[in-house]
Design a binder for this molecule. Structure first.
Ligand SMILES: [Zn+2]
Length: 557
């Protein structure tokens, strides 16, 4: 089954795109949106995982579908996920909370709690570790919103008006959960079985039908995609690993049932968008007296970036496919005649694999030294100082690091001194910053493009969840020690290639403008709240309302 077949199947079962009776399509001239225009009936928040400002800039002139439409609206090309730990969970947590990850309590995808009973002490950002028999690894945890410490826009909308509908659909659980919040009416993500949600919850009939159609699509093999002429320049094979494999020239073909490859293709984004459109229609979102919120998390771009890097033919196919899928989705919304507003951003940026960077003018790009792995480092220091093991906990060769609680105060001091000395003399280390240096530091009030290292790390810092110290790699050191098929490139650093994301706003009749100065993803929530008249306590968030009306009028109230 191709994506088109999936859409047709979904359309047949849940009437995608047929338009609701009574909502005539409006062919009258478009009225310009002003401060006096009533709020939109539907807000659509879209997060495209790993859609960096660099990707947006590179492909902007080639978009003809949904992304071209958004690029004709209000464009902030220099949006910032301003914080230091530019991972998926923290990034999605900023978008609809107006809060930096430190305030939101989502410091990383995984953090460590040395007081929990489980052996590895690792906590996944979107799990409930109190559920017996669970672990933080994929497929073993109980998905949960518990660790998110602040309300989302949807939570505020529901608190004001319980009739407001909030639906969150994403490729990844952490995207659906961190943007959806605690009060979403429906919240789901893709799975090998189609769609799934929290343990113990039952999907609605519409979501069940969509999931069945998605599972049927996954079960079919997919031939390779044709490479558009615009992508030809990217079609260069880059060797990875030591078994003669290459990336860069892929066409996204996959075998029947290959869920991993399904996820790393526009097919997955199309499935999420088709599901979102179906749920909107059946729930009549945007057709009531107030405003509803439809949240969409598109994860395929991130899977492509990790698997084959950001500058190959595969990413070009993904960008073209994403643009087309978004265009189809907006066309379905247009057909309803509903006055809807769209915001699109990303949870973080991204950085290409060092092997391709070295071929494309960045000869100094490198992979991280294995010796920086926290397990290896902790072992070496414990053996030297005669300390109990495991000594050091960390989720990789950078970011938050935690010292064992089994140490005496003197041992702890000695261990930290030895570890910091080893790290600070390593040529790939930019800095090691301790929790003490961040704990009492205020959040920077300056624009995020001027932030220093401590400002970025402070925005990620949460006392109690962050590490004892934070390791920062030099720019363009990819924290994956070896290239191999499956995972060749990543993000997560404090550097701007991982922090900068586009922020795009569109609504029919809204005059477009471009604002190239730096803004933040924490500004999105107060901007949308103001647009729909939901009051926000600005003392409890980090963002500010961005005025979406050019000229003297303001959409901020
Ligand atoms: Zn990622």
């Amino acid at each position: 089954m191709t994506l088109n077949h999936l859409k047709i199947a979904l359309a047949a079962t849940v009437c995608i795109g047929s338009g609701s009776p009574g909502l005539a399509q409006n062919s009258a001239p478009v009225a310009k949106v002003t401060a006096a225009t009533p709020p939109p009936k539907l807000v659509v928040m879209i997060a495209v995982d790993q859609f960096s400002a660099d990707l947006f800039a590179e492909y902007r002139g080639k978009f003809t579908g949904g992304l071209a439409r958004l690029a004709s609206g209000v464009v902030f090309p220099s949006g910032y996920q301003a914080h230091g730990a530019t991972e998926t969970c923290p990034g999605h947590a900023t978008i609809l909370t107006g809060s930096h990850p430190g305030r939101a309590g989502i410091v990383a995808n995984n953090y460590f709690d040395l007081s929990v009973a489980r052996d590895d002490k690792r906590i996944y950002c979107a799990e409930d570790e109190s559920v017996p028999g669970t672990a933080s690894g994929g497929g073993k945890y109980a998905p949960s919103v518990n660790h998110l410490l602040v309300p989302t826009l949807g939570d505020l909308m529901k608190a004001r008006d319980p009739e407001a509908q909030v639906v969150s659909v994403a490729g990844k659980d952490r995207a659906a959960i961190m943007m959806g919040g605690r009060q979403a009416d429906e919240l789901m993500w893709l799975a090998p079985t189609g769609l799934t949600s929290y343990r113990g919850t039952t999907l609605s009939p519409t979501a069940t039908q969509a999931g069945t159609a998605i599972a049927a699509a996954i079960a079919q093999p997919r031939p390779g995609l044709a490479l558009p002429a615009d992508c030809a320049a990217h079609d260069i094979a880059i060797p990875v690993g030591d078994k003669g494999a290459t990336v860069g020239t892929g066409r996204m073909a996959r075998d029947a049932g290959d869920f991993r490859r399904f996820m790393a293709s526009p097919e997955a984004d199309g499935a999420v968008l088709a599901t979102a459109a179906a749920l909107r229609q059946v729930r009549k979102m945007g057709e009531g007296s107030g405003t509803d919120l439809l949240i969409v998390g598109l994860s395929a771009t991130d899977y492509v970036g990790h698997g084959v890097g950001t500058e190959g033919a595969e990413m070009c196919l993904q960008m073209m496919g994403l643009d087309r899928e978004l265009g189809d989705f907006f066309a379905r919304l247009d057909a309803t005649g509903i006055d809807y507003a769209v915001a699109l951003t990303a949870d973080h940026g991204g950085h290409d694999m060092p092997e391709r960077n070295r071929q494309n003018g960045w000869t100094a790009a490198q992979r991280v030294d294995r010796a920086l792995d926290p397990d290896a480092l902790g072992k070496a220091v414990a053996e030297k100082l005669g300390l109990p093991q495991p000594l050091l906990y960390g989720d990789g060769p950078f970011g938050d690091m935690y010292l064992s609680k089994a140490l005496t105060a003197a041992q702890r001091k000695a261990a930290q001194a030895e570890i910091l000395a080893r790290l600070r003399e390593h040529p790939q280390i930019e800095a090691v910053v301790t929790a003490d240096e961040l704990a009492n530091r205020p959040i920077s009030k300056h624009a995020p493009d001027t932030w220093g290292l401590h400002d970025k790390l402070r925005a990620s810092f949460h006392q109690g969840r962050s590490g004892d110290f934070i390791v920062v790699l030099k720019p363009r050191v990819t924290p994956i020690p070896e290239s191999g098929l499956g995972y060749v490139a990543t993000h997560g650093s404090v550097w701007d290639y991982d922090r900068r994301v586009p922020m795009l706003f569109w609504r029919k009749g809204l005059a477009g403008f471009e604002q190239p100065n730096a803004v933040m993803t924490v500004d999105i929530m107060p901007t949308l709240a103001s647009l729909i008249g939901v009051p926000v306590d600005t003392g409890k968030i980090d963002g500010r309302c961005l005025d979406l009306l050019s000229g003297a009028d303001s959409s901020c109230r």
